[in-house]
Design a protein around this ligand. Structure first.
Ligand code: KIV
Ligand code: NA
Length: 256
């Protein structure tokens, strides 16, 4: 998978299928199922390490999990999250990107937010040849401050999110994750940008979908978010569950 192929999929209105993975076994099976983009998300802090939030995850741990995923994955585009505080200055973000790409073998890095600081970090990384994915809406790394609340609910905050998305693309972002924003807004942002927009809990109008692997397998401890669907029920195997998710996103059956 390449960035230009992902952009062509957006233009052709072919849905982009994304799922998280944290180890080589799942990296292998997601790739086999035809997942386009594998996200090594810092959700691993919660669903692998057992923390309450994503905040304790370290850069070294992200590198370790990205390495494992990439040993199993052959074709899918691999995005690795910058963990909390690993991207707070341009210098730090550059060093973190070097680790995730040179040691972890990620194809792309992802960072949360749309502040002027974030934009300048994206500009620098992009100038250095690092593909960057933005992340707007609900920001799990800001959960201690803001809680787990849906974003862009009123007109003013929706307008800011749309402006942020356009600014992220202008700064050089090549992909964008939208978490828990209204369906219509995810559609507006997808149409207002030329980079792939991948939604989670944001309806069916974005260019692609992402979910957390343990949420589609129904194994997330403490419950699964309401927008996720358990694909293991009736599937008979984990591989078939992943395949059913891929097929439903492609055919626009999920999220419906
Ligand atoms: O860390 C993660 O898994 C993510 C997705 C929920 C988008 O950022
Ligand atoms: Na994340």
């Amino acid at each position: 998978m390449t960035l230009s192929r992902l952009k062509k999929m957006k233009m052709a209105e072919e849905k982009i299928v994304c799922l998280t993975a944290y180890d080589a076994t799942m990296g292998y099976w997601l790739d086999q199922a035809g997942v386009d983009v594998i996200l090594v998300g810092d959700t691993l802090g919660m669903v692998v390490q057992g923390h309450q939030t994503t905040l304790p995850v370290t850069l070294q741990e992200m590198v370790y999990h990205t390495q494992m995923v990439q040993r199993g994955n052959q074709h899918a585009w691999c995005v690795a999250d910058f963990p909390f505080m690993s991207d707070i200055t341009i210098e730090k973000a550059c060093e973190s990107a070097a680790m995730l790409m040179k040691e972890g073998h990620a194809n792309m890095v992802k960072l949360e937010g749309g502040s002027p600081r974030t934009l300048s970090i994206i500009e620098r990384l992009s100038e250095l040849g690092v593909p960057v994915c933005g992340h707007l809406g609900l920001l799990p790394q800001s959960v201690e401050k803001n809680g787990y609340r849906r974003a862009g609910k009123d007109e003013a905050s929706a307008k800011i999110l749309l402006e942020n998305a356009i600014a992220l693309e202008k700064a050089g972002a090549e992909m964008l994750v939208l978490e828990c924003v209204p369906d219509y807004l995810a559609g507006d942002i997808s149409r207002a940008t030329s980079i792939p927009v991948i939604g989670i809990g944001s309806g069916g109008e974005s260019d692609g979908q992402v979910l957390v692997l343990t949420d589609i397998l129904g194994t997330s401890v403490g419950g699964v978010p309401p927008f996720a669907k358990n694909y293991l029920v009736g599937a008979g195997s984990i591989q078939q569950a992943i395949q059913n998710y891929v097929d439903e996103v492609r055919s626009k059956k999920f999220p419906g």
